[in-house]
Design a protein around this ligand. Structure first.
Ligand SMILES: [Zn+2]
Length: 334
């Protein structure tokens, strides 16, 4: 059995601040601080996460109704089983904006499924059927590899699953891979605007969770979390509906030295799976998503929804910053 490495940083802080005359905290506050021990999470292995990203990319574009999609779904469920999770497969026929029936599969890996105290970690595993933001219009109908947009979040979560098996945090964790996130209305679509065409898998799950009356304290969604020099700003919807959880994550990232990735400033608001987890399942959910404020092509980065969303852009340092931060947060939940 491994002994968890417990750091009692606040005690040191108490000693330091205790000698300062300007300290305005009363005695009760100090006692509460001392009780807050900081638990060190296991080491997130970025090489391992990178391999899980690569493995998904090797299937090719994971567009629903394709062989690559079916095979990758099998791979993901098998990995979660290997890492000791109780696996639920949710198969559903979901209707895309153009009437196509998408043979979809949400995949859930539950740790400590009996526990009432839970945190939800999620990412989408499908990739977009169209490179409709590609600079070359000839590519607009080409499926994308979705290495950052899809595979990066899943890769980070697979590595977290591997760690959860080795050393469990105090509460139950659910890892959910949502399907059919990225089949939304394309840029070239000439029909009228349609609502809710994105995030079909999470909409389905939020209405019909894998277990009845499912609840979690909060959720964390990872999307585009592997790009070199990625920056994660406060996403607008998260800031309004899961503010304290969001602040907790960014604070932890800064404590760990990942402040250059986790920028404490407002970014854009995004339609992503967290929106439906929040609205339909009523679970506050934070989106950690790349935001590139100064990019003229897209605030999600220049290769977003292009044929260039490939493994070359993935940086282990970014995977590490996100993976370690998420782990430090969940291992410190009581
Ligand atoms: Zn996308």
């Amino acid at each position: 059995m491994k002994i968890r490495n417990v750091l009692v940083l606040p005690v040191l802080l108490f000693i330091l601040t205790g000698v300062s005359c300007g300290n305005s905290k009363n005695k009760d506050d100090r006692t509460a601080d001392v009780d807050k021990e900081v638990i060190k999470a296991p080491e997130f292995d970025a090489d391992s996460a990178y391999c899980y990203v690569q493995a998904q990319a090797d299937f090719g574009p994971r567009v629903p109704n394709t062989q690559a999609h079916r095979e990758c779904g099998e791979y993901l469920a098998r990995q979660l089983e290997r890492f000791g999770a109780k696996v639920y497969n949710q198969y559903a026929d979901l209707t895309a904006y153009d009437g196509t029936i998408l043979k979809s599969r949400n995949i859930v890996g539950a740790y400590k499924p009996e526990s009432k105290k839970r945190v939800l970690l999620c990412a989408h595993w499908d990739s977009r059927p169209y490179a409709d933001n590609d600079p070359d219009p000839k590519n607009h109908h080409t499926p994308i590899l979705g290495v950052n947009d899809g595979a990066s979040g899943v890769g980070v979560l697979l590595e977290i699953a591997r760690q959860l098996q080795k050393e469990a945090p105090a509460l139950g964790i659910d890892i959910v891979f949502f399907d059919s996130e990225d089949y939304g209305l394309p840029e070239f679509y000439e029909g009228g605007y349609k609502q809710d065409t994105w995030c079909l898998g999470s909409q389905y799950w939020a209405r019909t969770p894998h277990v009845p009356n499912y609840n979690a304290r909060y959720g964390i969604l990872l999307d585009m979390v592997g790009g070199r020099d990625a920056t994660f700003y406060y996403e607008g919807y998260s800031a309004r509906t899961a503010r304290s959880e969001m602040k907790k994550i960014w604070k932890k990232a800064h404590e760990l030295g990942y402040g250059r990735y986790f920028v404490k400033e407002d970014g854009g608001e995004t339609v992503d799976d967290h929106l439906y987890v929040n609205k339909l399942a009523r679970i506050p959910c934070v989106d950690i998503i790349n935001y590139d404020a100064h990019n003229p092509r897209s605030s999600f980065g220049s290769f977003w929804h292009t044929v260039d969303d490939t493994i070359e852009h993935i940086d282990r340092n970014t995977l590490k910053a996100v993976g370690q931060t998420v782990m430090e947060v969940i291992y410190n939940e009581k």
